[in-house]
Ligand binder design. Structure first.
Ligand SMILES: [Fe+2]
Ligand SMILES: [Fe+2]
Length: 179
């Protein structure tokens, strides 16, 4: 997990997560701090193991690291969303792209991570920062869906004090612990 270790040593990354936690301290809806990021990572890896996703048969190998990196990076755009209104999946993909380059994550693997971040809210968006990423055929749909599902399953909508004010659809709200 050398890339995850590198990410956790990136001062900018740690500052962004801390600032995000401070910004959302009083938020009544789902938060996007480190606990959430790790929930998504762990649930994503459990789902991959349980479903025998390609690559999951090799614990500690690239798929696990890719899931963890994606989860740790997927909501970084929340700060930009709060400040400027830019949707956080879009702002987050740009930030994640910069950090993946900085930790020297293999370029050919970056596409899956950036695609999963861009699509984790279920809104299909073309990447704006590289035409290469817009090639539909190259997208790893299983990976994108895994992250989207792990993100959704990490939310305890079945026991939420803000449920009545939440604008998530009934279908999107997570109603269980097992799936
Ligand atoms: Fe998100
Ligand atoms: Fe999330």
């Amino acid at each position: 997990m050398k890339y995850v270790e590198r990410l956790l040593k990136e001062t900018e990354y740690l500052q962004l997560v801390k600032e995000l936690e401070q910004t959302e301290a009083d938020r009544i809806f789902c938060k996007h701090g480190l606990s959430h990021l790790l929930d998504v990572a762990r649930i994503g890896w459990i789902l991959a193991l349980e479903r025998g996703q390609e690559g999951a048969e090799k614990p500690g190998e690239p798929l696990k690291e890719k899931i963890y990196l994606t989860a740790l990076l997927h909501d970084l755009g929340r700060l930009a969303e709060v400040k400027s209104g830019m949707p956080h999946h879009r702002a987050g993909a740009a930030l994640a792209g910069e950090l993946l380059i900085r930790i020297q994550y293999p370029r050919e693997e970056q596409r899956d991570i950036l695609a999963a971040i861009s699509e984790h809210r279920g809104e299909k968006e073309a990447f704006e920062f590289s035409l290469e990423y817009m090639d539909e055929q190259k997208l790893n749909k299983d990976f994108i869906n895994l992250i989207k599902e792990a993100d959704n399953r990490s939310r305890n909508c079945f026991c939420c004090n803000a449920g009545a004010q939440c604008n998530w659809s009934k279908e999107r709200k997570n109603q269980g612990i097992f799936w």
